[in-house]
Design a protein around this ligand. Structure first.
Ligand code: NAP
Length: 319
């Protein structure tokens, strides 16, 4: 119930009507019984600075940021965390005595399904002996099982070099991957992407960039293959970023991770699973980056991740 004392949280973007964050965060707030509400806050690019001043005036406690403000907000903040600086984007803002501070919880979200203790997947039924494709209810937390916590001999291959790829590179570097390969379609953008990590406040030295013609060669080396392109996203769910022929080279037991959460699973994950790879979908990253933000705003280590996941699944019509 919203009362006179209710504290405000929200998400800024333009447009914002499609945002899944209000459903996820308000479900958690209701479950916790805390006196907060999380609102969609439409802010046009030219209004960002004024909006920040206004948020201070109405004592907004914190907010999420989506397109197109993730980069633009950096110079307007009193402080930015090293991880957000390295990624070059802020997705979570909170208040301190210094003023508005920004961080980025996408790395934490990306890493969570790779680090959580495994729940062994159910084995296939008699009429279908393929392993069941994990949903975000029972994400395939087999990374730990497969590689332990030691990623130092593992090769990561990342498809795409946009904003989400930056969080994934930072995540793979945190895991300690031996090699990180990024595949993109524009050589100039790839070179800039590479250089930005070499000179980053959190430098990544073992990063190599490639155009898509190298993918076939990289495929057989990949222990972790991550799609950060929008290829295969609704309403183009029949598409996959990787051809069947290239995917034939993936090792059985490699982890294939798609940041896309709708459709769920994507064609890419279905194809990978058929080849014996382990699949992780993007829903868990979405849930976990939100949970990490809520922990900051509520100043607690305990947020109801299951409730947040379920709210998203219902909102997306996955149940
Ligand atoms: P972005 O900044 O626009 O980057 C997209 C990247 O994909 C760019 O490198 C782009 O290449 C490449 N790309 C686009 N279309 C392509 C195509 N047809 N073939 C090959 N490459 C293509 O977008 P983003 O913010 O990184 O988001 C990317 C995806 O990740 C989206 O589907 C988004 O929903 C998902 N995502 C999920 C989560 C989560 O929590 N699960 C979080 C963030 C993002 P160019 O640079 O050459 O254009």
């Amino acid at each position: 119930m919203i009362k006179g004392t209710t504290k405000l949280l929200g998400v800024i973007g333009h447009p914002i009507a499609h945002s899944l964050s209000p459903a996820m965060h308000n479900a958690a707030i209701a479950h916790l019984g805390v006196d907060f509400v999380y609102l969609p806050l439409p802010v046009k690019p030219q209004d960002l600075k004024a909006a920040l001043v206004g948020f201070g005036a109405i004592d907004l406690r914190g907010f999420s940021i989506t397109i197109p403000h993730k980069q633009a907000i950096l110079p307007l903040l009193a402080d930015v965390s090293p991880i957000a600086r390295a990624i070059g984007a802020v997705n979570t803002v909170y208040r301190t005595d210094k003023g508005w501070c920004g961080t980025n919880t996408d790395v934490e979200g990306f890493l969570a399904p790779l680090q959580t203790s495994p729940t062994p997947p159910c084995s296939g039924g008699a009429e279908d002996d393929r392993p069941a494709l994990e949903s975000s209810d029972s994400p395939l937390y087999q990374a730990t099982a497969r590689g332990g916590s030691d990623w130092s001999q593992k090769v990561a291959v990342i498809l795409g070099n946009g904003g989400a790829a930056r969080a994934v590179v930072a995540g793979c570097a945190q895991l300690g991957c031996a090699e990180i390969h990024v595949v993109g379609r524009n050589a100039q953008n790839l070179a800039e992407f590479h250089d930005s990590w070499v000179t980053s406040p959190m430098p990544v030295q073992n990063l190599q960039v490639h155009t898509w013609d190298n993918l076939s060669m990289l495929m057989s080396q990949a222990d972790l293959l991550v799609n950060t392109t929008p290829v295969g996203m609704y309403p183009h769910g029949e598409k996959s970023p990787v051809s069947a022929v290239a995917l034939d080279r993936i090792s059985a037991g490699a982890i294939v991770y798609d940041l896309i959460y709708t459709p769920n699973p994507t064609q890419f994950l279905k194809d990978a699973q058929l080849r014996g790879a382990r699949a992780i979908d993007g829903l868990e990253m979405l849930v976990q980056q939100g949970a990490a933000a809520l922990k900051i705003w509520l100043d607690t280590e305990s947020v109801p991740v299951d409730v947040m996941r379920q709210a998203l699944r219902e909102h997306l019509g996955l149940d």
